[in-house]
Design a protein around this ligand. Structure first.
Ligand SMILES: NC(=O)c1ccc[n+]([C@@H]2O[C@H](COP(=O)([O-])OP(=O)(O)OC[C@H]3O[C@@H](n4cnc5c(N)ncnc54)[C@H](O)[C@@H]3O)[C@@H](O)[C@H]2O)c1
Length: 269
């Protein structure tokens, strides 16, 4: 029976809600984050709904911390059945203004953090014939303006997930990738970018979401059980993805118009 799950970025937002969703089914949890207070809170909430486990500080940029986490899962839970590479940070800014340091930081957390998570846990997952759930974003599919480094990191997570889907089938490790549109969490706290005003624009997008992190966790739980690879929790996201596949040029036109408006807004301040 599979009942052990590891989640990165579990101290807040979607990671916490995923922990709670699986905890309600009595799963044993390995909760990792750089936010230790948040982690402790998540574990307490999970215990109240029927889950249990342990927390461990882990910066997903550091491979040795991820292998130490995998070892702790082996020692404390006897292995792992599901990993959720969820830890992530927000960024924004037009390509011309983004620094190379902005790029390095974004890729190190949002892309290489997932690569390292998959690599550190693969031996345990092969043993349990487990599953990987990678949290990407609609940015992986749509490439909106003013967030090229985030788009590239998330598109990389999607490409990695597709690569693993086909490579790991023969060792019976399942793979899923989740691409949500914006939703309200503490993601804005991590925002980094050359134009602070863009942070406010991203904040408005997060607030405007029709669905909550808890609803997204519920959707992921259902779609994983159904064996879905590409999980798109937002209805508007599913429609936009369909439009892009049918008429990409129309979408590029819309995005280009959006870029002009964003630039005008930034210059008017
Ligand atoms: N909120 C959205 O609109 C949205 C949309 C699409 C995708 N996502 C993705 O969902 C995931 C979860 O984000 P969220 O919205 O719940 O935000 P959040 O900020 O509430 O949670 C992210 C967690 O990741 C942790 N984290 C950040 N850097 C880390 C690192 N180097 N090592 C370990 N942990 C680290 C943070 O401490 C935080 O607890 C992210 O990958 C994000 O890109 C979010």
């Amino acid at each position: 029976m599979q009942n052990r799950i590891m989640i990165t970025g579990a101290g807040s937002g979607l990671g916490r809600e995923i922990a709670l969703r699986w905890a309600r089914e009595g799963w044993r949890l390995a909760l990792a984050d750089v936010n230790e207070a948040g982690l402790r809170e998540t574990l307490e909430l999970c215990r109240a709904v029927g889950g249990d486990g342990f927390v461990q500080r882990c910066d997903v940029r550091d491979y040795s911390q991820l292998t130490a986490l995998a070892q702790a899962c082996d020692e404390k839970l006897g292995g792992i059945d599901v990993i959720v590479n969820n830890a992530g940070v927000a960024s924004g800014g037009f390509f011309a203004e983004l620094s190379l340091e902005d790029w390095d930081w974004q890729i190190a957390v949002n892309l290489m953090g997932v690569v390292k998570g998959c690599k550190a846990f693969l031996p345990l997952l092969e043993r349990s014939r487990g599953r990987i759930i990678n949290i990407a974003s609609m940015a992986a599919l749509m490439q909106g303006p003013g967030m090229s480094n985030y788009n590239v990191a998330k598109a990389g997570v999607l490409a990695l997930s597709e690569s693993l889907l086909v490579e790991l089938r023969q060792v019976e490790v399942a793979v899923h990738v989740v691409c949500p549109s914006f939703f309200q969490t503490n993601l804005l706290d991590s925002f980094r970018g050359p134009d602070p005003a863009m942070k406010a624009q991203v904040g408005k997008l997060l607030e405007g979401s029709p669905i909550s992190a808890a609803q997204i966790a519920e959707h992921i739980h259902r779609q994983v059980a159904a064996g879905e690879f590409l999980i798109l929790p937002h209805e508007a996201g599913r429609q936009a993805w369909q439009l892009k596949r049918q008429a990409p040029e129309r979408l590029y036109d819309e995005m280009a118009e959006m870029a002009v408006k964003m630039r005008a807004k930034a210059q008017s301040r």
